[in-house]
Each structure stands twice: as C-alpha cells, then as structure tokens.
Design a protein around this ligand. Structure first.
Ligand SMILES: NC(=O)c1ccc[n+]([C@@H]2O[C@H](COP(=O)([O-])OP(=O)(O)OC[C@H]3O[C@@H](n4cnc5c(N)ncnc54)[C@H](OP(=O)(O)O)[C@@H]3O)[C@@H](O)[C@H]2O)c1
Length: 354
C-alpha cells in the first residue's frame, strides 16, 4: 500500500475546547519506531478528562487517544521484530505524533504486540491501556519521581511467576470496568484464589467466565462488602485493586487490606487521612507504557500476549462499535461521561472518517 502524505486527525485546540476534525501530515517513523495505519481506537474516560481539565498533555493543540490497533505500514531504522503488514495493538501516548485519534500513528516497535488471527481489530483496541494499567498495578514497583507505584508482584511471564500466588485472595473493585476485567484475568494467571470482585450482578456471569471466583453486588453498602469478603475468605488479603477508585471504594479497599498488603487505585488518592497507617501500602497506578521505568515490563507482557490471546487465556473486553470514524469520538466520550457504558469498551474506526 502507498502511504498518503496527509491524514485526518481529531485535534483538541486547547483545554476545555471542542474537538475539531483537521487534515495534517502523516508522520514518519524514526529509528526504532513504526508507522501504524490505525484500524480501531478504544475510548477511555481519560480522553474526556484530558479534554476538560487539560492535564497529562503539556502542549496544545493536542491529539488524544491511548488505545489502538492497526497495521504496520512503515518501519524506522533498526526495527527487526516487525515488518510491513503486521497487525499490532498499541498504547499510544496522548500528545500529538504518538496519539490514537488519527488515521496513522507512530510507536516504538518494542511497545507493540502482534494480534493473533482470532482477535479482531475492534477487540484488540480494547486491550492496551487498561491491560497495562492492570499489569503495572499488579507487577510494577514504586517510581519515586512520579509518586506512582504497583504491588511489585512477580510477573507471571517471569520465571516462577505463573501461579505463584496460588491460595492467596485478591479483591478487585469494579470487575466490569476494562481495567477490572484485565486485573481479574492477570490475577487468575498469577494463581490468586479466591478472586473476589464487585459489579452490577448483570455482569456476574461474564466476570466468572474470565476468572472471578466470587462476585459481590456493587450496590451493597461498604460495610456489607467488607463482611462479604470476610465470609468468603478468612485469610489476610494482601492485594486490593480498586478499578473504580471513588472515595467509598478506596476507603473500603483500605479497610480490607491486611497489614503489609497493598491497595492499588487508578484515580487520585481519596483514603481518609486519619485511617492511613504505615503498615499498609497504598499506590496510585499510572498505566502508561511510555514511563521509561515501565517499558521493560510492558515489552515482557507484550511478548507473551499473542499466545495468551490466541489460546483464550486473556479475553478482550467486548467492543461497543460507534460509527462515524473520528467524528464518532465526541458521541462516545459523552456516553462514557454519562456512565452509559457497562462491561464494554467503545471503539471507533478512523478509516470511516468522512
Ligand atoms: N491511572 C491510570 O493510569 C488509569 C488508566 C486507565 C483507566 N483509569 C481509570 O480507571 C477507571 C476505570 O477505567 P475503565 O476504562 O476500565 O472503566 P470503564 O470500563 O469505563 O468502567 C465502566 C464500569 O464501571 C463500573 N462501575 C462504576 N461504578 C462502580 C462501583 N461503584 N463499583 C463497581 N463497579 C463500578 C460499571 O460496572 P457495572 O456495569 O458492573 O455497574 C461499568 O461497567 C476510570 O476512572 C479511568 O479513568 C486510570
């Protein structure tokens, strides 16, 4: 395929502005990078939070979007593991050249994972950012200059990691979120049991099918959730992954973890100051493969992911297709804002942009 010189992109002119569809140059890959024709983009609540609050990106106009799948159409010097025509999934970096809301994007070759034949582009685009947020939370360590961290568990793809946590309980708040669905599946491969999660009960069967052993109605009071966890397991809970991270769930999670254990949250800390003790670890996760300290781990997971997807050991979230290409993003983000999306990842296809 010949590569066009220009492409459509959805530009955010400034913090708080509306997105605008524009025509810009197709970027060129530098050494170690590949150019990907974006076939599907997953939408995240981060996208509208950046639009509204202007954080995470340092310059405007900006292009956003941190979940994509597509086809490699050009490679930079020194890229040996990927070739033109390879189908890949990637976690783009909101900013401009490396972001997802455009028809072509640039990524480091080592930060892609090949898509196996049983996975569609739409399904693949549900994975990168939320899978990495789950993985970084469970397996990465603390990065002092960012004040972000993880539980430092042995990754299941490292020697001795698979099944290492057999017989140890884990609690995952918000099992139906994309982050929660991937945290459940990673916890299962790491051996955790029981895997206890909170969700609307309509999603219970789906979550059990991917590894949750016990599902608690998210409508229960926080006290009832704590009581239910104690009924399910008498063992100390050393890892709680809060994929919801509103103040109630953070505080409940903190109450559940045993001394020495770790609470992982995905939004800014909201645990009541007066209950914080030095014997419980508590980290906000930053699920970006573009943090240099996380690159090696991300590449490790991306190397084993094709086999995990091909064999069904990791299942993508269910894609919720939105028509209109890049122009459908605004409607999708409005749905996310109104909390109208349950156990799905909204996806658009940039090639459908008119
Ligand atoms: N820190 C980071 O790097 C990072 C990265 C990615 C995402 N995030 C954040 O992580 C959170 C999850 O993102 P996502 O994209 O995975 O979410 P999502 O898929 O859009 O989440 C939607 C789900 O949230 C569930 N939910 C809402 N309130 C709940 C509650 N009180 N208890 C249990 N479940 C609840 C709903 O479950 P039911 O349908 O079962 O009701 C719904 O299915 C967001 O706040 C996002 O901004 C942070």
């Amino acid at each position: 395929m010949s590569i066009p010189t220009q492409q459509k992109a959805l530009l955010l002119p400034s913090k708080g502005a509306d997105f605008t569809l524009v025509t810009i140059d197709v970027p060129k890959p530098e050494a170690g990078e590949v150019l990907v024709r974006v076939e599907a983009v997953g939408l995240n609540s981060l996208d509208y939070k950046i639009q509204e609050l202007g954080f995470f990106v340092s310059e405007f106009p900006a292009i956003l979007g941190c979940d994509a799948s597509g086809v490699v159409v050009d490679i930079g010097n020194g890229v040996t593991d990927l070739g033109i025509g390879d189908k890949v999934l990637l976690e783009p970096n909101p900013g401009y050249r490396n972001a997802a809301f455009q028809q072509f994007t640039i990524i480091k070759a080592s930060l892609t994972s090949k898509i196996p034949a049983n996975i569609s582009f739409d399904e693949a685009a549900t994975l990168p950012c939320c899978l990495m947020t789950a993985a970084i939370g469970l397996y990465a360590g603390f990065v002092p200059h960012l004040l972000r961290g993880g539980a430092s568990l042995t990754p299941f793809w490292a020697e001795g990691g698979r099944g290492k946590y057999a017989g140890q309980p884990i609690v995952i708040f918000g099992g139906a979120t994309s982050v929660g669905q991937y945290a459940i599946q990673l916890a299962r491969i790491s051996g955790f049991s029981p895997i206890i999660t909170t969700t609307s009960l309509r999603n219970a069967e789906r979550l059990k099918s991917i590894g949750a052993t016990h599902v608690i109605d998210r409508g229960f009071s926080q006290a009832d959730i704590i009581a239910k966890v104690k009924e399910i397991t008498a063992k100390p809970v050393h890892v709680v992954y809060d994929a919801v991270s509103i103040p109630e769930t953070q505080n409940t999670g903190y109450d559940i973890i045993a001394p020495g254990g770790t609470l992982l949250v995905v939004l800014p800390a909201a645990v009541d100051q007066e209950k914080i003790t030095s014997d419980k670890h508590f980290f906000m996760v930053l699920g970006s493969v573009h943090v240099p300290e996380y690159e090696e781990s991300a590449a490790g997971l991306f190397r084993v992911l094709p086999e995990l997807l091909a064999s069904g050991q990791i299942k993508p979230n269910v894609p919720g297709y939105i028509p209109g290409g890049l122009s459908g993003i605004t409607e999708g983000l409005e749905k996310l804002k109104r909390n109208e999306v349950s156990a799905k990842k909204l996806v658009i296809r940039p090639s459908e942009t008119i």
